[in-house]
Ligand binder design. Structure first.
Ligand code: ZN
Length: 239
């Protein structure tokens, strides 16, 4: 069977109403906190309380949104076609849509990690309260970090991402949804991929020359989902 990889960015979850870094309007959490302070590995320990306040609010925001048609389509693709889901998103909306084994290359909002003892644990949608909460393994406090990859922090799962993308051949399918191409080099990925490539984005992005893709769809992720689903079905039936 041919391989099918889906790679997604924040655009897919923005359509569920989740604030994103780039959509920072006046009410956005991202507008009220400076990402260079609360998402920066170089200075997060100096801003420990503020970092946890920001991520606690993001967790609670996540509890209030629902997966949309695009998340559900991805979960269906996994069941129907064995699609592999790789995401830059730290939310759990794919899992809540029924997907399993999602590769979260930028970590997960609903988990915490202790840098002292390298324990990772599920935290759900709760606030992390420095006055109350500790690492369950070593009892540490100031090493407890949201299990999300910050700016200036290594992303160990990138290795797996590159291996998967490199393994795709001419018969395979690579679908990319909702990404600006500013974090991962989406243009280069499409240009060098041997697979059939589909891009589904809200609109053209300056960082992504779209002629590197075999197929391009524009529109909100949830609204574009039925068209994209039909295109994927057609391509996979041609193999
Ligand atoms: Zn620990």
């Amino acid at each position: 069977m041919r391989q099918f990889v889906l790679l997604t960015g924040s655009g897919i979850s923005a359509d569920s109403g989740l604030d994103t870094f780039r959509s920072s309007g006046g009410q956005s959490l991202w507008a009220r906190y400076d990402p260079d302070v609360v998402c920066n590995f170089d200075v997060w320990e100096e801003n420990f309380e503020l970092v946890h306040e920001f991520y606690s609010k993001r967790r609670m925001e996540l509890a209030d949104v629902e997966p949309n048609a695009a998340h559900k389509m991805a979960a269906e693709w996994q069941k129907k076609y064995g699609a592999e889901l790789i995401t830059q998103n730290v939310d759990d909306l794919f899992e809540r849509a029924g997907a399993r084994n999602v590769l979260h290359v930028h970590g997960r909002l609903t988990a915490l990690r202790c840098l002292a003892c390298e324990t990772e644990w599920e935290w759900g949608y709760q606030a992390f309260e420095p006055a109350r909460d500790r690492c369950p393994h070593c009892g540490g406090l100031h090493e407890v970090k949201p299990d999300v990859v910050f700016f200036n922090e290594k992303a160990p799962l990138y290795q797996k991402l590159w291996e998967r993308l490199d393994s795709l051949s001419h018969d395979d399918l690579l679908v990319i949804i909702g990404t600006s191409g500013n974090v991962l080099p989406i243009a280069g990925i499409a240009r060098h991929s041997r697979a059939v490539t589909i891009l589904s984005n809200l609109a053209s992005e300056p960082a992504i020359p779209e002629d590197f893709f075999d197929h391009v769809l524009h529109g909100r992720a949830a609204e574009t989902a039925p068209r994209l689903d039909a295109l994927v079905a057609r391509i996979l039936s041609e193999s």
